[in-house]
Design a protein around this ligand. Structure first.
Ligand SMILES: [Zn+2]
Length: 319
């Protein structure tokens, strides 16, 4: 079975064909293999150019048909940086892409001629980590993705908990500092203002260091004291939010992925200790570990959903 996975972020569109006849995803994703990456094309009003996404999809479909010995693409999984209503198969809101109430799955099905399944990127990424990554064998799993923003997914008995309005993905907007910094969501003191990549950079600036989030993490790993102090502050806020979440769902494992939280073993140990100080003993022991697919979890998840669609576990317009 061949499926196409697409991940539409605020900056890049990543894509990859997955072929499960190759003995599972361990073979499909050998170390170092990278998905195809191109810039997200936008119209003159700044909104996502859906026709351009359709052209990418059509290119894959044609290439698959032209190559002898390669299975035709049977379905497409799409993860997107936005809120998706799964029952209506609609992008309800994708602020970075300028989309509101867009029937993206139906539009791409029209372009591709194969069924399409659509999901919020942090849900797709959480599914990938729970099924194939660092959350495999643990239930429930709390997955966090820390990058430009902070998203999450709770995966319980193999299913993503989407919430009543598909909104169970906004960990970054948990308030950790009443009367704190104003967030782009319009409220104050949201976690993402302190612990995302830009949040860490802002903490560094207020300490007198003009440095982006990545440079702060790198300096902290080298043991530079100013950077360790900034990271400790960011992680204190993260621990506050995590302690609340752990009391609520008591996950067997917390998995953290995303580009702004590198897999630094010492930092994970320190974060674990910070959280342990803040929770009731009945939710312990706490395990917080790095994700297996730091940069492509949502893409792997999109592929898994497309496979589910073909095997009948998911419903598309054609299914
Ligand atoms: Zn916010």
């Amino acid at each position: 079975m061949s499926v196409l996975a697409l991940d539409i972020g605020g900056t890049n569109l990543r894509s990859m064909v997955l072929d499960s006849s190759l003995d599972g995803y361990d073979t499909i994703f050998p170390g170092g293999e990278r998905p195809t990456l191109c810039k997200v094309e936008r119209g003159s009003d700044g909104t996502l150019d859906i026709t351009a996404v359709g052209s990418v999809v059509q290119g894959y479909i044609k290439a698959g048909r032209a190559k002898p010995g390669v299975a035709e693409i049977e379905a497409i999984g799409v993860s997107i940086a936005g809120t998706v209503d799964r029952s209506r198969r609609v992008v309800v809101r994708a602020m970075n892409l300028g989309l509101t109430e867009v029937e993206l799955a139906r539009m791409l099905e029209h372009a591709a001629g194969v069924p399409v399944v659509l999901e919020t990127d942090s849900f797709a990424a959480g599914l990938a980590e729970a099924r194939l990554g660092s959350g495999r064998g643990y239930d429930p799993v709390l997955f966090l993705t820390i990058g430009t923003g902070i998203g999450h997914a709770v995966i319980c008995a193999g299913e993503v908990l989407r919430g009543a309005r598909s909104g169970a993905s906004v960990f970054g907007h948990i308030c950790v500092e009443p009367n704190g910094v104003e967030c782009y969501c319009g409220r104050r003191g949201c976690l993402c203002m302190y612990a995302s990549g830009p949040g860490v950079a802002a903490l560094a600036r207020s300490a007198g260091y003009d440095s982006d989030g990545e440079s702060v993490s790198r300096a902290a790993r080298k043991g530079e004291s100013w950077a360790l102090a900034v990271v400790a502050q960011a992680d204190m806020y993260l621990a506050r939010a995590l302690a609340g979440a752990l009391s609520l769902i008591n996950p067997a494992r917390v998995v953290i992925g995303g580009g702004a939280f590198p897999p630094d073993a010492e930092r994970f140990m320190r974060l674990q200790a910070l959280v342990a100080e803040r929770v009731h003993p009945s939710v312990e022991p706490i395990e917080i570990v790095p994700g297996r697919f730091p940069e492509r979890a949502s893409l792997v998840g999109a592929g898994l959903m497309a496979e589910d669609l073909v095997s009948g576990k998911e419903r598309g317009e054609h299914g």
